[in-house]
Design a protein around this ligand. Structure first.
Ligand SMILES: NC(=O)c1ccc[n+]([C@@H]2O[C@H](COP(=O)([O-])OP(=O)(O)OC[C@H]3O[C@@H](n4cnc5c(N)ncnc54)[C@H](OP(=O)(O)O)[C@@H]3O)[C@@H](O)[C@H]2O)c1
Length: 340
């Protein structure tokens, strides 16, 4: 299958590294060959219809800051939309930055992919936080697959778990921690007594913070994820503007210590019940919801089988890349390109 890769930052490079490492396993286990025919970053692209050399691409990006500087295949003459519309590929993989003002550039990329009959895998939350219903409807009308596992839970399969594994259990409510950066910051403050600012720098160095860290701190990233869950799992046709959102910017070390002394931890809790909200709340230290570091957790409360908890890596380029690969393999099965 041919892939067009949009965005070559933490997740994009993590994905390409994963393809390099797992090439033979993917072929052996699924009978699948994945060729990246184009990679686009903010300064240009590299394009080769027979499949780019991925090691060379990583080298060019790390050495020159852009794939456009790749000696043979790099250029900045076309824009990404021209590449999507003019070149043959099976799947468009969008790993460009999340933008909740107008969803761009991802929104236009997805629409171009649909108009040229390409399936889509995305980790970019912006378009779905603004118009989940419109995008999923368009994909369905064109009989295209749209998979967005990496938008929620990083590597942890929160969407597919709910949609595939507990599909008959009737989910009544959701509670969880969906932002790795704020959980890392709150954990550093709780366990090591670190200052907020230092813990944020640490998260940025780890490549888990959003390009604009206020998205994490103010709860916007978590609200995007909650919007996606509300739509995809609970059939609530909402946008990010329907989520009551409060971040962790005003949490003080004194509040953290006070909670700790009472056997509690302050966490940025996402919840879907009657209301949809993201806000800092105290959680008992022995609760399954009290996960630390970059871990994410989700509790699905169901009508027929009680509560299910899912805990796992919620952020990180390579971790999120595993969700992208999972989605691609899933699509390959659906369209008959992969074998069991
Ligand atoms: N990092 C995580 O742990 C994580 C987890 C889950 C989901 N996500 C989501 O995944 C997406 C990527 O995250 P990231 O951490 O990889 O971000 P990132 O490191 O900032 O990378 C973004 C990439 O997009 C490129 N880009 C920017 N504008 C573009 C445009 N107009 N057209 C094409 N490419 C463009 C950037 O180019 P340059 O390299 O030239 O700047 C960069 O390569 C985001 O939407 C994020 O919310 C991230």
């Amino acid at each position: 299958m041919k892939l067009i890769v949009l965005g070559f930052g933490n997740v994009g490079q993590g994905f390409v590294e994963l393809l390099l490492e797992k090439k033979h396993e993917i072929n052996r286990n699924f009978g699948l060959r994945l060729d990246v025919v184009a990679v686009v970053d903010s300064k240009g692209y590299a394009l080769f219809e027979r499949g780019l050399n991925l090691s060379e691409l990583l080298y060019a990006k790390r050495r020159y800051g852009t794939v456009a500087k790749h000696e043979k295949w790099g250029s900045d003459e076309l824009d990404a939309i021209e590449i999507i519309e003019d070149f043959d590929a099976d799947i468009l993989v969008d790993m460009t930055p999340t933008n909740i003002i107008d969803g761009e550039p991802g929104m236009s990329y997805l629409k171009s992919a649909f108009s040229t009959n390409k399936h889509v895998v995305s980790t970019n939350k912006g378009p779905f936080a603004l118009d989940y219903k419109g995008l999923i409807t368009e994909a369905r009308q064109k009989e295209l697959n749209l998979k967005i596992s990496g938008t929620v839970g990083g590597a942890t399969p929160m969407i597919d778990f709910a949609k595939k594994c507990i599909i008959a259990n009737n989910i009544l409510g959701i509670e969880g921690i969906l932002n790795g950066t704020t959980n890392h910051i709150l954990t550093k403050m709780h366990i090591e007594g670190q200052r907020f600012e230092d813990a944020l720098v640490d998260a940025q160095k780890m490549g888990i913070a959003e390009a604009d860290p206020s998205y994490d701190i103010e709860g916007i990233d978590a609200a995007c994820k909650l919007t996606i869950l509300a739509n995809s799992i609970m059939n609530r046709y909402v946008t990010i503007h329907d989520v009551e959102t409060r971040g962790i910017g005003d949490i003080t070390p004194a509040q953290i210590i006070d909670a700790k002394n009472r056997g509690m931890a302050i966490k940025l809790i996402c919840a879907i019940g009657e209301k949809i909200s993201v806000k800092p709340m105290e959680v008992p230290l022995n609760s399954p919801l009290c996960v630390h570091g970059t871990l994410n957790v989700i509790k699905y409360s169901t009508e027929l089988a009680g509560d299910f908890f899912l805990i796992g890596a919620g952020a990180g380029g390579k971790e999120t890349a595993t969700a992208v690969l999972r989605d691609i393999i899933d699509i390959a099965y659906k369209i008959g390109e992969a074998k069991a």
